[in-house]
Design a protein around this ligand. Structure first.
Ligand SMILES: [Ca+2]
Ligand SMILES: [Ca+2]
Length: 271
């Protein structure tokens, strides 16, 4: 179906029910709070928060492209070892995290023991929302006044299965197709058993393109589900139940240099 991609709040669109997701990490609804890792910098951890996710790739992209803050430990981010950073280092991290196509080098936490994390951010007003129309579901991200340039999302289904997942017709689509993505990254698929959809997007490798701030919920993922006998529950989760061996996808948004976990929002509906 054709999605109207304007930034008109979905709640105002006929036929859709906008359902706000619960907040994560114990903060009040409508807030996202930054990741809190163990403080040990490991391979791929460009921002030094102790976890490795989409925000680290974005730190490397911004450092290479436009003079953004340097990763906290060159050894941990120079994944294609040349003694310097380039796009290959960030691309390789995406391959490792989302396509099982790259093995991280062996970097011990002790190798980066003197690294200080990039400036710790504070909680921000932003959230993931679901809009449901029969068996069609739009997952939106309301970035509030922040600049969300990349994200990784796992949506787990119970009581139903996910039939299709696409960024087509959303803000994650190519700019030529009405979205916000320029030369960036999109890895979106449904797991073989239909229990989860995974979507990872970088809007632009070279420029700081973001979802529109202060424009309300913006669709980033379109799903169709196959109903089961009862209610269907969709949950944004880090536990994607995928049949694969590489590290699980962390549901997180990259805002500036920081990772903000997205896991938690849930919607239950009768298809
Ligand atoms: Ca990190
Ligand atoms: Ca390199």
């Amino acid at each position: 179906m054709g999605w109207d991609m304007g930034v008109v709040p979905l709640a105002r669109r006929a036929g859709w029910v906008l359902l706000l997701g619960a907040c994560t990490t114990g903060t009040p609804d409508g807030e996202l709070c930054p990741s809190e890792g163990d403080g040990k910098v490991r391979a791929g951890d460009a921002n030094g928060d102790g976890v490795v996710d989409i925000a680290d790739a974005l730190v490397v992209y911004r450092a290479v492209a436009d003079g953004g803050p340097a990763p906290v430990c060159l050894l941990a981010s120079d994944l294609v070892p040349e003694g310097r950073l380039n796009y290959d280092d960030a691309h390789s991290l995406l391959l490792h995290l989302y396509e099982d196509g790259f093995t991280l080098p062996d970097v011990r936490p002790a190798d980066c023991a003197d690294a200080d994390p990039l400036a710790p951010p504070t909680c921000v007003a932003a959230e993931v929302t679901f809009a449901v129309d029969g068996t069609d579901i739009l997952v939106s991200l309301n970035p509030g006044s922040t600049a969300v340039e990349a994200w990784s999302l796992g949506v787990h289904a119970t009581g139903c299965t996910i039939a299709t997942a696409t960024t087509d017709g959303t803000q994650a689509a190519w700019q030529a197709d009405g979205g916000r993505r320029d030369i960036g990254y999109d890895a979106t698929f449904v797991t073989a058993d239909g229990t989860a959809a995974l979507s990872t997007v970088v809007l632009d490798f070279a420029d700081a393109t973001a979802l529109l701030p202060d424009a309300g919920p913006q669709p980033i993922l379109a799903l169709t589900i196959t109903p089961g006998p009862g209610d269907c529950t969709l949950t944004v989760t880090d536990d994607e139940k995928a049949e694969r061996t590489w590290p699980k996808v962390r549901s997180a948004a990259a805002i500036a240099t920081a990772s903000f976990p997205l896991a938690g929002p849930t919607v239950t509906f009768t298809p």
